[in-house]
Design a protein around this ligand. Structure first.
Ligand code: OXD
Ligand code: MN
Length: 604
């Protein structure tokens, strides 16, 4: 036993054998001992994932000042956490892909040589958990038994992280069962350290199936099953093994005949993926029998099945959503979900123990305690909630959770949608001419930046497939992988581009968005089944104005034409701005992308 640590000792008394790590195999135990010897925690807590454990940890968190228990009548099982003020978003500039050669990370990732990275972080992790508990968090990403399901183990000194991992993943003894004797699990080591941005590193070692994250407690940096494993490490594994890990929601669209079509959609962070994944169709559509169901709101793993079609699963089991802007109008299903068993991070606290955030209600509260812990009142010049305040809620709370969400065989994916936040230029909807053209549409996706990552807000950034911050290897190989997937498929999904965010010259949104996006979705679904008309445009197939239902929307055919308008000089300017990414890739740009760009120029 390293450093005299009793690995099986727990700080909190538990029933259940998993509390002592029973079920964990030898390679897990050895690795936990090694990490404990490095980080020197006072105690080690092997999480078992039980409800009793969750309650014990939450009580402990309240005692330690990590959680504030919210009004349990209004919000049963809900807690508030206030993060360090310097730790409210993903830190992309401190995120590294540590592949053996720099080319393995490519031009869009920060790279550190693995030995140097391990040495640097070992220095930071050394003794970092003195006086703290190390939580051993075993988890499964994906439905248990799925061909793609992956086991990870996160060692963390953050109780907040341990509790949130219990929501976001299938956490506990189930992971030991899935792992058996295998050594194949993602080794995730995490410490908040002193939460100092100068000593913050999120390092991925794809070749070692390892993630080391130091100095941040923020979800995307610290809940290592999510962005780090399910996107960066998984995208690398997918490229090696012939499957795909993508930053996409996955939803079912049920038509009036009861037939369900599944659609995956990639949008950059904070562009409304959670809202779209839980969309409530307009009244008329509901009456006609249209229904949306959610498989996932952020990440999809996809593979080609034995019939040559793409199937997808959601590796997660909870939602880590942006709170501001969520309300009973924009996303009633999310509001239902977050009314219980939810961890809120960085929202305002009302005097009665309820929570509030900007746009939750039209009427502002008279007062609350803002996310920084200071008193807040309307007009005080500060926000009650941080713009990237988050909820963590179990997907089981979602009233429109899809029945196939735990199906190890996943669901057939019929359409892939790419969308960004674009005030100008990009029309509401069009369909790519074919898969490779769709890859070009995805590769050139641009979006105005939001508060989900640190940095300037509102500038157009190229975000290929909404994966720029999440590709765990060279973007050249990523795009080649996308093109090659075509060859594996007999019948591939149709690919679409959407933009809910176009504005007119007065700066007003030209499309109402939210539930009304159902009208666009219907055209998309009908196109997948060869049941809707498409007109050829320079960008792709487009609906005629009569192909999108406008009844009850308050928009005229001319308004729809305006939001669909293609202005060749604007598209040419767009092509120039794509160069920003393509130049970075220079000679490495896959030839398909060059040909597609040339074809687009010639169509213009
Ligand atoms: C997220 C993100 O948290 O994309 O999902 O930043
Ligand atoms: Mn995301």
């Amino acid at each position: 036993m390293s450093q005299g640590l009793d690995v099986a000792r727990t700080r909190v008394a538990h029933k259940g054998s998993a509390a002592s790590g029973a079920g964990a195999n030898e390679s897990v135990r050895r690795w936990v001992e090694e990490c404990a010897a490095l980080c020197k925690p006072d105690t080690i807590h092997w999480c078992d994932g039980s409800i009793e454990e969750r309650d014990v940890l939450l009580d402990q968190g309240v005692r330690d000042g990590i959680f504030i228990r919210l009004n349990q009548e209004k919000l049963p099982g809900c807690y508030l956490h206030r993060s360090n003020q310097n730790d409210v978003a993903r830190s992309e500039h401190l995120t590294f892909i540590c592949s053996p050669r720099e080319d393995g990370a490519g031009p869009t990732n920060n790279w550190m040589e693995p030995k140097a990275a391990y040495a640097k972080l070992r220095g930071l992790f050394a003794d970092s958990m003195g006086g703290r508990t190390m939580y051993v968090v075993p988890f499964v990403m994906g439905p248990v038994g799925s061909p793609l399901a992956k086991v990870g183990v996160e060692l963390t000194d953050s109780l907040y992280v341990a509790v949130n991992m219990g929501i976001m993943t299938r956490m506990g003894g189930i992971a030991w069962e899935q792992l058996g004797d295998s050594e194949e699990f993602t080794r995730c080591l995490h410490s908040v350290g002193d939460c100092n941005p100068d000593r913050r590193y999120i390092c991925h070692f794809p070749q070692d199936n390892t993630i080391w994250s130091f100095g941040s407690g923020y979800g995307g940096n610290a809940l290592l099953g999510k962005k780090c494993l399910a996107l960066r490490i998984a995208s690398y594994l997918g490229q090696q093994q012939g499957w795909m890990a993508e930053h996409m929601l996955l939803m079912g669209v049920q038509d009036p005949k009861g037939h369900k079509t599944y659609v995956a959609a990639a949008f950059p962070s904070a562009c409304g993926k959670t809202n779209f994944a839980m969309l409530v169709p307009p009244q008329k559509y509901q009456k006609d029998g249209w229904k949306i169901t959610t498989i996932g709101d952020d990440i999809v793993w996809m593979w080609v099945d034995e019939t040559g079609r793409l199937r997808g699963i959601n590796p997660e089991s909870g939602y880590f959503g942006v709170v501001p802007g969520t309300n009973w109008e924009t996303n009633p299903n999310a509001m239902h979900s977050i009314s219980r068993d939810t961890i809120y991070t960085n929202v305002g606290l009302l005097p009665d123990g309820d929570v509030w955030w900007e746009d939750k209600t039209k009427e502002l509260p008279k007062e609350c305690i803002g996310w920084t812990g200071q008193a807040w009142h309307p007009g005080c010049g500060r926000k009650a909630a941080h713009p990237n305040a988050r909820f963590t809620t179990p997907m089981a709370n979602n009233p429109v959770l899809d029945g196939a969400v735990h199906d190890s065989a996943g669901v057939l994916v019929s359409a892939i949608i790419f969308g960004g936040r674009r005030s100008r230029t990009i029309p509401l909807v069009y369909q790519a001419f074919n898969w490779v053209h769709g890859v070009y549409v995805g590769a050139t996706l641009g979006s105005e930046t939001t508060a989900a990552a640190t940095g300037q807000i509102g500038v157009v950034r190229r975000d290929p497939m909404a994966m720029l911050p999440f590709i765990g290897y060279n973007i050249r190989d990523y795009l080649i992988h996308w093109c090659r997937m075509r060859k594996k498929m007999k019948d591939c999904p149709r690919v679409f581009s959407v933009n809910w965010f176009r504005k007119n010259d007065q700066g007003q949104f030209m499309w109402p968005g939210y539930g009304e996006n159902m009208r666009v979705l219907k055209w998309i679904i009908d196109r997948c089944h060869g049941q809707a008309y498409g007109v050829e445009s320079p960008l792709g197939w487009m609906p005629r104005t009569e192909d999108i239902e406008l009844d009850g929307l308050g928009l005229s055919r001319q308004d729809l034409e305006a939001v669909q308008a293609i202005n060749p000089p604007d598209i040419k300017a767009e092509l120039m701005s794509q160069e920003e990414l393509f130049l970075k890739m220079a000679a490495d740009l896959p030839k398909e992308m060059i040909f597609e760009r040339e074809l687009l120029v010639s169509r213009l």
